[in-house]
Design a protein around this ligand. Structure first.
Ligand code: ARG
Length: 562
């Protein structure tokens, strides 16, 4: 009886001196064309190590494999293709899933090492942008995937809660602000104050001076300024929390930029000691010309520290506090220069772990091809967008399943799930076109489609009164074979998603699995009484387990009815 795991074990017997079992396992592919076999092993990664033509390696391996354990073994070019015994293989895979349930696909590869994930990180007193949404959902999914692979994670919300803009905001609030209004509608009011400040400063430039004055007060710990800043921060966080609650996401730390105020002097001391600081037009910078990068600005001519200085302090703090083996920053493409500079400066400071820092960048969200802005003029609040998605999901339910219990919570799960899935199904480097109607369609490559397929599987299991029985032999009718093959590769998909920081692999996989299952469902009477019923329900159960777990890794809940 052979499965992918056993195929890997067989190959290890031949190639163990060149590749370990785990690497072999993850190299094994599932050919798109059924005539190329059920599993295929590409021999070219061995060619260099064995100093031999990959086609010859494949040929020899084919001759040596015990053919009677497989239906057929074939060498085609650099590939070793095997055809599995369908009944036995299906039985082995399905038994494994039925036994392991949501632990299917877990691995210990991470060995408890820590991954720090800088994610979300919106700016206080400003709207939570679609870019911050991307960072939040990508970061959360990466964390969930890493945990499944045996890592510990720390989710860090590096809030933008410091900088000269807070001086301006305090000045504006003191002139035109109303406590009541800010309490009621924090982000909208604070943004309006900020915009008004800039408009009026064009007429009366002395306002800028007032803004600088209040920032200085803030930096010097003036009580009045600090109280206002704290209040803006708390009220903003309260609004952001509504979004996090809807998304079902929480953080291990919300230490933002301000947290590093007393930790930057240490950075400046080290830079000075290592003679890395140079003066440029009154400012202090680290020259990075040998890395082909512009200088990294550490301290402005007026003594104020900068975004980069805070990030240096944060990187060192995280290393000391969490002892991470990898430190990930989920931040848009437009900051790639900043992170290159960050790594270069840490390297120059002789921190050996600079290499463990990773900028996981992503593209923009577009509306009709243009960047969707939350800045000037018209404000699109993310919370409103999510509420609209929930509303649309609710309308769908009213139309299709008005008798459903707990409509509101299902609508939330579906509406929010649709937004998350739409983001994660695209490779993060791509820009995404934002369309709520598209996201919520129940056909096509959407979150609701996968959720719907899961709910259909649950309903079959209920109607068939399925009880998981781990010892029952589960064979497989020919129509189910494509579904079984997909179930078999789930662990590899999780592994690749983790290695490449790429949740889209899992999103695409759950779409494929849902499509394969729906095709099977359309052509097979799963609930028909007879000798196949138990087996078909076993397969349905395994599909439901993997769909639910796949969605969970994306940060999406799957309702059992919708
Ligand atoms: N607050 C920043 C922004 O909105 C993102 C911060 C990302 N994290 C970091 N450690 N720099 O642009």
């Amino acid at each position: 009886m052979k499965t992918k795991e056993q195929f890997a074990a067989d190959l290890e017997k031949q190639f163990g001196e060149y590749l370990d079992r785990n690497s072999i396992f993850h190299l094994i592919e599932v050919p798109k064309q059924p005539e190329h076999g059920d599993l295929a092993f590409p021999c070219y990664p061995l060619a260099g190590k064995m100093r031999r033509n990959p086609a010859l390696i494949a040929q020899k391996a084919a001759n040596e494999l015990e053919t009677n354990d497989y239906e057929k073994v074939e060498a085609v070019g650099a590939y070793l293709n095997v055809f599995l015994n369908k009944q036995q293989t299906a039985n082995a895979i399905l038994q494994k899933i039925i036994q392991e349930e949501q632990n299917y696909g877990n691995s210990q590869g991470g060995q408890g090492e820590v991954v720090a994930i800088d994610m979300s990180s919106p700016n206080i007193a400003k709207p939570f942008s679609l870019g911050h949404l991307r960072s939040t959902v990508i970061g959360n999914s990466l964390a969930l995937i890493a945990e499944k692979c045996g890592y510990k994670t720390v989710r860090i919300n590096h809030l933008g809660d410091w900088g000269t803009q807070f001086g301006k905001l305090i000045a504006a609030y003191k002139k035109w602000g109303s406590e009541e209004k800010v309490k009621k509608n924090t982000i909208k009011e604070l943004l309006a104050l900020y915009i008004r400040f800039h408009e009026e400063a064009e007429q009366s430039p002395e306002l800028e001076e007032e803004g600088r004055f209040w920032f200085k007060q803030l930096e010097e710990g003036d009580e009045d300024a600090e109280a206002l800043w704290k209040w803006f921060r708390e009220e903003s966080l309260r609004e952001f929390d509504k979004i996090y609650k809807l998304l079902g996401i929480s953080f291990d730390s919300d230490e933002g930029e301000a947290f590093y105020n007393d930790k930057m002097q240490h950075i400046i001391d080290v830079l000075t000691e290592k003679q890395l600081l140079t003066e440029s037009e009154g400012a202090m910078v680290v020259e990075l010309s040998e890395d082909n990068l512009p200088p990294c600005l550490i301290k402005k001519s007026d003594g104020a520290t900068l975004y980069a200085t805070r990030d240096l302090a944060a990187a060192v703090y995280r290393r000391e506090t969490y002892q991470f083996s990898k430190s990930v920053y989920v931040v848009g493409n437009e900051q790639s220069l900043h992170f290159q500079q960050l790594k270069a400066v840490l390297r120059k400071m002789d921190y050996s772990w600079w290499e463990d820092i990773r900028h996981v960048s992503f593209g923009m969200i577009l509306k009709e091809g243009k960047k969707m802005s939350t800045r000037k003029g018209k404000v699109v609040l993310l919370e409103d967008i999510l509420q609209e998605a929930i509303e649309l999901a609710k309308n769908n339910i009213e139309e299709k399943n008005p008798g459903l219990a707990d409509k509101q919570s299902v609508a939330e799960t579906v509406g929010v799930g649709a937004v998350i899935f739409h983001d994660l199904k695209n490779h993060r480097h791509n820009d995404i076109e934002f369309s709520l109607e598209d996201m919520l369609r129940v056909e096509g490559e959407t979150g609701p489609y996968v959720q719907y397929t899961f709910a259909r599987a649950c309903s079959l299991l209920r109607k068939g009164e399925y009880q998981p029985a781990a010892d029952e032999v589960i064979g497989c009718d020919l129509e189910a074979w494509p579904v079984v093959k997909l179930l078999d590769v789930f662990p590899t998909v999780v592994h690749r998603a983790a290695e490449q920081d790429d949740p889209s692999q899992i999103a695409k996989y759950v779409i494929d699995l849902a499509q394969a299952f729906n095709k099977y469902y359309a052509g097979t009477r799963i609930l028909e009484e007879g000798k196949w019923k138990g087996q078909r329900l076993g397969l349905t159960f395994a599909v439901s387990v993997v769909l639910e777990e796949g969605l969970r890794l994306l940060g999406i809940t799957a309702p059992e009815e919708m």
